[in-house]
Design a binder for this molecule. Sequence first.
Ligand code: SF4
Length: 290
Amino acid sequence: MIDPDALLDWYEHAQRDLPWRRPGVSAWQILVSEFMLQQTPVARVEPIWLDWIARWPTPSATAAAGPADILRAWGKLGYPRRAKRLHECATVIATDHDDTVPDDVETLLTLPGIGTYTARAVACFAYRQRVPVVDTNVRRVVARAVHGLADAGSPSSRDLGDVETLLPADDTAPRFSVALMEFGATVCTARAPRCGVCPLQRCGWRARGFPAGTGPARRAQKYAGTDRQARGRLLDVLRGSDSPVTRAELDVAWTTDTAQRDRALDSLLVDGLVEQTADGRFALCGEAGS
Ligand code: SF4
């Protein structure tokens, strides 16, 4: 049990002023924020999201953009396949849903790039529906406050039902959902929970004396030297060029490990983020003909 009143009171004064939570933001723009926020910190998303929705405020405007423009605007948010999926999602909504983001979870789940979390986040945050929205932060808060455990362990099919039982029965449920997520992101954090300022009167983990977790120790995610970084470097070269580039121009962007560079380039081609011209040069998707 998590006391809804305590959580909602806390959220009222502690919530961050995030642009996608402001009045007047459309369901599509909220959906764009959810695509961008997957595995990416708010501070990096905020400027890119603001530019993006000013430029492409609707699904049809996004769908009409060229794929290379989409990849350039995605900038250094990382995991660029998300940009491609967002473009595909915009196209389906523009053509099959009258340029309107569907409001039910089942239909949202049929859209490109939308999974269990994003479908419910859009239904809840954009359409104020009483649906459980479960991300890593929420799972951690529930594990600690409700189950008395240090960590949530691996995601499970039980997570949705677990969180649904916590939702208030009335129309405060959507606000409770966003508050729970915010609480996990800013107070009950993974590495340094701020228990001294916690607004919850009851926390199972605190009541048990904060027993250590039993799962494997968390390891910081490494970026330097990974295939992801190599892919990013190659994409940077292509984003910065308005015409196809030679293999040599790409090769110089990642010289530490040539096998890794080849692998990164192959994966970009397979993912459809990069194309090859007839004369063997490379370009962002949609620009191989230029
Ligand atoms: S007391 Fe600490 S661990 Fe428990 S819910 Fe509050 S912040 Fe999280």
